[in-house]
Design a protein around this ligand. Sequence first.
Ligand SMILES: *Cc1c(COP(=O)(O)O)cnc(C)c1O
Length: 401
Amino acid sequence: MMKDVTTTLAHGRDHLAIPGPSVMPERVLRAMHRPAPNIYQGELVDTTTSIKADLNKIASNSHDVGIFIGNGHAAWEASLVNTFSRGDKALFLINGRFGLAWAEAAKSLGIDAELLDCGHKRAVDVEKLEATLKADSAHSIKAVLTVHTDTASSSSNDLAGIRQAMNNAKHPALYMVDSIASFACEPFNMDELGVDVMVTASQKGLMTPPGLALLFVGERFWEFQKKADLVTPYWNAHARIFPKMFPDNFNGTPPTHHLFALREALDMLLEEGIENTWRRHEVFAHAVWAAIDAWGGDFKCNIEDKSMRSKAVTMITTAPDVGRDLQQFCNERYGVVLGVALAPEPGRTILSDAFRIGHMGHLNPSMLLGTLGTIEAAMQALDIKRGSGAVEAAAAVIGSS
Ligand SMILES: *Cc1c(COP(=O)(O)O)cnc(C)c1O
């Protein structure tokens, strides 16, 4: 058959297979399709209260959560300005572009960000962390900050191991976690982990449009918040968490339709049961990894050790230019948007020898196998050498789970 390179087959519904924003369920979309509500009393006020309660339930946090209008970068800033004063020392655990970007945000605010760099190919090294904390006998490090999943390298960090290292070193630093890519995708229990601050955002595992930044805090956060001299009126977590009037929750007009969307998304997660949601992500992650193993050759998971891999996103390294070509071809010809691969260094460089598959949020076997099958078709179209049986291998994982 002739290869038709001029027309696209991308009709029907486009599919986003990127690590955020994730696919929005019809139910979430429909929840927003309504007139502007009363912002003084009634449903919106009750909805906000119930959203906060259910967010805490999913995070297993027995303390507080604040909602800011913003994306993940906004959540980073909310976490930093409410915790630190200019010149405070913070230890950032780095194993990918996102942890590094959080640290860069801290530096630009005047925080003394020290990096424990563990490369781009593995989880954070908890032994190195323990040694670093033990060496800090003066306790000058005020907080340890880590991503749970680094979305660029697609690594997943051992949050319990990090807590254990802090305990072993008997170090009083605050424990701060970015769960933006992993929240509602991978197990997280804020109380049990002894996490003091956790940030996430609406557009990944929470299946809601980008626009809500969430700051979860534990009891110890407030000692730091009281002293933090970086805090500004808009970002002040105290006012949002202890509002005197309903608009204080948002420092102004509430994000009305985002709240209706998030309410619906939380209903969906609670109906499924969060443990089932985690399990579903685990199955899909293993299916993606099985496909990559079948392709073989130059196709490899960026994170070799399975126990260090994210369940929400996978970075796949390829021969030179292949990752970029597949990403572009799937997008232009087939209506499937794969994730581009971000270089580990600062800046916004995109790698040509890698791509990413987002497998987070509102996803079922047909969507995931459709993505893998579409990649397979693009490999055929582009004459890319690979092993056979990738889609079958992924299907077998799903079928036997
Ligand atoms: C997506 C993401 C961010 C940034 O979120 P934006 O909404 O793009 O600002 C930060 N951290 C992690 C781990 C992410 O996955």
